[in-house]
Design a protein around this ligand. Structure first.
Ligand code: DAT
Ligand code: MG
Length: 151
């Protein structure tokens, strides 16, 4: 299997709304493997680094205030196609446009409170994992389920 890793974060709204287990369960049941997890309150400067690609957008300041407003659950998930499929799982940026069945479609209503972040490609996945985690915080292990998930 061609394993890849993606960065997934439950934003402060998802944490406050008690959706941590719901979100983790969806990735876990799918067959993706959790290789890093922690809960942190990012500083505003850290949020600005995380969202640096969006610094010219009018919502950038509010977005960074929001991400740094409370605890975030930061995770790295591993699996075949996890970057692209993770995005599909999460749904469209604006929950009004997210399909039912997706995380945002099922659990969120407005774009400014869309509960979850997921890396949008291999390069951003690498950058975001490096920003949020030290190498020693990533745990490589074999899951006994893998032979049943991948054959
Ligand atoms: P995504 O989180 O789906 O990767 P993005 O990278 O374009 O979306 O934007 C990052 C976050 O910024 C997004 O999750 C919510 C917020 N955002 C995006 N577009 C917005 C808008 N038009 N108004 C307010 N917030 C917005
Ligand atoms: Mg994005």
């Amino acid at each position: 299997a061609e394993m890849e890793r993606t960065f997934i974060a439950i934003k402060p709204d998802g944490v406050q709304r008690g959706l941590i287990s719901e979100i983790i369960a969806r990735f876990e049941r799918k067959g993706f493997k959790l290789v890093a997890i922690k809960i942190v309150v990012p500083s505003k400067g850290f949020a600005q680094k995380h969202y640096h690609d969006l610094k010219e957008r009018p919502f950038f300041n509010g977005l960074c205030d929001f991400l740094s407003s409370g605890p975030v659950v930061a995770m790295v998930w591993e699996g075949e196609g996890v970057i692209k499929y993770g995005r599909k799982f999460i749904g469209a940026t604006d929950p009004q446009k997210s399909e039912p069945g997706t995380i945002r479609g099922d659990l969120a209503v407005v774009v400014g409170r869309n509960i979850i972040h997921g890396s949008d490609g291999p390069e951003t996945a690498k950058d975001e994992i490096n920003l949020w985690f030290k190498p020693e915080e990533l745990v490589a292990y074999t899951s006994n389920a893998e032979k049943w998930i991948y054959g």
